[in-house]
Design a protein around this ligand. Structure first.
Ligand SMILES: Cc1ncc(C[n+]2csc(CCOP(=O)(O)OP(=O)(O)O)c2C)c(N)n1
Ligand SMILES: [Mg+2]
Length: 448
């Protein structure tokens, strides 16, 4: 990746050397030979490990669970007044609130639309809007983002328009992916969010690689504002080998990346109790030598503050990875293809809905400041719903992408095999014209 970005292996080698030199102190220290009589051992693989004559296995059960950082309690009250948000205006906080609300209302409409057969698939992020919007609010436009699939709030906060959401969901001709991806697999060119891909955890090593490239870019262009990569994933995805490869690569190469894990208690039907026995995903960050924090994902202020600080730390001294584990509960079914009441009790879900929710929490805080009330709430809901439905109706009526788009963008130009496939498709469509809605596509058969 680096050589593609920086035009030549030589340039990359010299930059790599530069990067290595900056970290050489740490590496060379580890190879210093043992001092006679020293109480600590200097194995190359475990520096400063004390000798002990007490044989004791380290037991996870005797270490307390990592605490969960929180700024605001479930009644919307700031727990410690010194964490009262002061760096942003109430107006801006209201935009976060409306962004969470937008995603929440869109989710209800689109879930229902899928049930009516108007789109093929959908995934909601109910209960996790605070993690997405809060963390994205702490990022800069020149940062680069990799998502899983349950982070619509990140897209909303980074300026993805309702028209763009709907174009992708209905796979119409305005979709930047030209209808080639499943619904909810959005992508945004700038502020950049790499297009979502279904195979779990693939975004993690890609994100670590992108962060390494950004580190080298920062060395080459020190006058440009330095950026980080933010990489989102679910706790289930952290069971993939790619998660471990990505964290280790980011740690050993000191890449400026903030890993943001949404721990929502489930990987489809598998509860966390059956996914792992350690202390969540946070404990794994420590294992890889990565500074880590666990936060309350229903508390948008805590998520934002932690991400802001993580971003600052990730850029310190040339770069390093940080891990945030944001705790929440997946209130919804996994997707429109899932019925979660076959593997969890309805009462458990209802309990969570009633007990805690990032939107209600922020609403309580805004109301306590006199910045929100029932009337504003009803107005906002009516306006947002109308704006979503307007784009919904327009997108559903739009033409689908031209048929030729199915072959484009795989290679720079069509290969001989692709030409043959296109001709075979043309013949097939001409033979069975009544079997396909060809005219739903831009320019009909001429668009092939
Ligand atoms: C490599 C791979 N294996 C399995 C799947 C099927 N799958 C899709 S989502 C999912 C669960 C992921 O859970 P988590 O990462 O916790 O995200 P959440 O859905 O809870 O937001 C699984 C197993 C997949 N998409 N890719
Ligand atoms: Mg999960």
């Amino acid at each position: 990746m680096a050589s593609l970005l920086f035009g030549g292996r030589l340039a990359v080698r010299s930059v790599n050397r530069h990067v290595q030199l900056r970290h050489s102190a740490v590496r060379w220290n580890s190879s210093i030979s043992q001092r006679p009589g020293s109480a600590t051992v200097r194995f190359p693989g475990a520096v400063d490990s004390k000798f002990t004559s007490e044989m004791a296995f380290s037991r996870p059960s005797s270490s307390p669970a990592m605490p969960t950082y929180r700024v605001m309690d479930s009644d919307g009250v700031i727990v410690d007044k010194k964490h009262e948000p002061t760096d942003v205006s109430t107006e801006e906080i209201i935009t976060w609130y409306k962004n969470m609300l937008t995603v929440n209302i869109m989710d209800v409409i689109m879930f229902e639309a899928q049930r009516q057969g108007r789109l093929s698939f959908y995934m909601v992020s109910a209960g996790e809007e605070g993690i997405a919007v809060g963390s994205a609010s702490a990022l800069e436009d020149h940062d680069v983002v990799f998502c899983q699939y349950r982070e619509s709030g990140v897209f909303q906060q980074r300026g993805f328009t309702m028209k763009q959401f709907m174009a992708q969901l209905f796979a119409n001709r305005h979709d930047s992916g030209q209808g080639r991806n499943m619904p909810v697999h959005y992508g945004l060119e700038y502020p950049r969010i790499f297009t979502i891909s279904s195979p779990l955890a693939t975004q993690l090593p890609q994100a670590a690689g992108a962060a390494y490239a950004m580190k080298i870019q920062a060395l080459q262009n020190p006058n440009n504002p330095a950026g980080v990569v933010a990489c989102y994933f679910g706790e289930g995805a952290a069971s993939e080998g790619d998660f471990h490869a990505a964290l280790n690569m980011a740690a050993t190469r000191s890449c400026p990346i903030v890993f943001i894990c949404r721990n929502n208690g489930f990987a489809i039907s598998t509860p966390t109790l059956e996914q792992y026995r350690g202390d969540g995903i946070a404990s794994r960050g420590i294992g890889y030598g990565i500074d880590t924090i666990r936060v309350d994902g229903n508390d948008i202020f805590a998520v934002r503050e932690a991400t802001k600080e993580a971003r600052r730390m990730a850029l310190e001294n040339g770069g390093r990875p940080i891990l945030i584990e944001a705790m929440s509960y997946r209130v919804s079914h996994h997707s429109t293809s899932d019925d979660s009441f076959t593997y969890r009790a309805r009462v458990e879900v209802e309990d969570w809905k009633r007990r805690d929710n990032p939107i209600i929490r922020l609403r309580k805080w805004l109301e306590s400041k006199g910045a929100w009330n029932e009337e504003l709430e009803q107005q906002a809901r009516t306006d947002l719903r109308a704006a979503i439905l307007k784009e919904f109706n327009a997108a559903e009526r739009e033409k689908k992408p031209a048929l030729k788009e199915m072959f484009n963008d795989v290679y720079e130009s069509l290969t001989e095999e692709q030409e043959m496939q296109r001709e075979a498709l043309r013949k097939h469509l001409e033979k069975y014209p009544d079997e396909y809605n060809i005219n739903d596509h831009e320019h009909g058969i001429k668009g092939l």
